[in-house]
Write a protein that binds this ligand. Structure first.
Ligand code: DGL
Length: 256
């Protein structure tokens, strides 16, 4: 593999959610440059059929590789569920990292009734069903589809009564059924971790972001492609997104 050490790492999501992954990537690899593409023109992905998500994700990853990225991180569980297998088959010589609901760490911590909060497309995907079947012998998995939650997060509604009522509607049933941990299976959800924590009464919460960052670093290290510089940067890939998207994305990136 002939990868440029100084090329950026591409990070892809339907909108702002991937910035929660970008933060972990930056924390682990501060010397790297990142090119972030949030496809807010086509968000949300999580209510679209898988074939549409696949073609949007392919187009997004092509843009990032086309811009010279040495790796692309699908910082989106929905995009990963629909696209990571076909895109890896297509681009076997490229580094493509995916996101997966962090059920395994919850099982490792001893949880046996695990709620997985994610988009409808993620939870109905073959990839998720295979994962739930594989892990189903070790824990009971409760899929909790959350249509509408990404829209609230994209609108920067991260606290308050509207969000809490919405979360109660999603979580009260599974919690009364004995769920003992929640997996945040969408990269938007860590931004409302505090509200989920309050509404769930302090259930342990898991997300896969740190694992994605570790996997990205491992693959780049194996390819000899980690950057040696002191301080990296983040650039937003411009592709017709709304002014609000850029304002919020810059705000979120600069608060880290
Ligand atoms: N951030 C995406 C995920 O991790 C979903 C957002 C969307 O529905 O567009 O699943």
């Amino acid at each position: 593999m002939n990868l440029q050490k100084n090329a950026p790492i591409g990070v892809f999501d339907s909108g702002l959610g991937g910035i929660s992954v970008l933060r972990e990537l930056q924390a682990l690899m501060p010397a790297e440059d990142f090119l972030y593409f949030g496809d807010d023109q086509n968000a949300p992905y999580g209510v679209r059929p898988e074939d549409e998500v696949l073609s949007l994700t392919r187009a997004g990853a092509e843009r990032l590789f086309g811009a010279g990225c040495k790796a692309v991180v699908l910082a989106c569980n929905t995009a990963t569920a629909a696209a990571v297998v076909p895109l890896r088959a297509l681009w076997s010589d490229r580094i493509l990292v995916g996101a997966e609901p962090a059920i395994k760490p919850a099982i490792r911590d001893g949880h046996r009734k695990i709620g997985v909060l994610a988009t409808s497309t993620t939870l109905s995907s073959r990839r998720f069903c295979d994962l739930a079947r594989t892990l189903g012998g070790e824990a009971k998995i409760f899929p909790i589809p959350a249509p509408g939650l990404v829209e609230l997060i994209e609108a920067r509604i991260w606290s308050g009564a509207e969000l809490e009522n919405f979360l109660h509607g999603l979580l009260d049933g599974p919690i009364s059924n004995g769920v003992d941990a929640l997996v945040l299976g969408c990269t938007h959800y860590p931004f409302v971790r505090d509200a989920i924590d309050a509404v769930s009464g302090g259930l342990p919460l898991y997300d896969g972001n740190a694992g994605i960052a570790r996997q990205t670093r491992r693959l780049l290290a194996e390819a000899g492609s980690l950057r040696d510089a002191k301080q990296g940067s983040v650039t937003l890939l411009e592709c017709g997104q709304s002014a609000d998207f850029f304002r919020l994305a810059r705000e979120l990136i600069s608060t880290e």
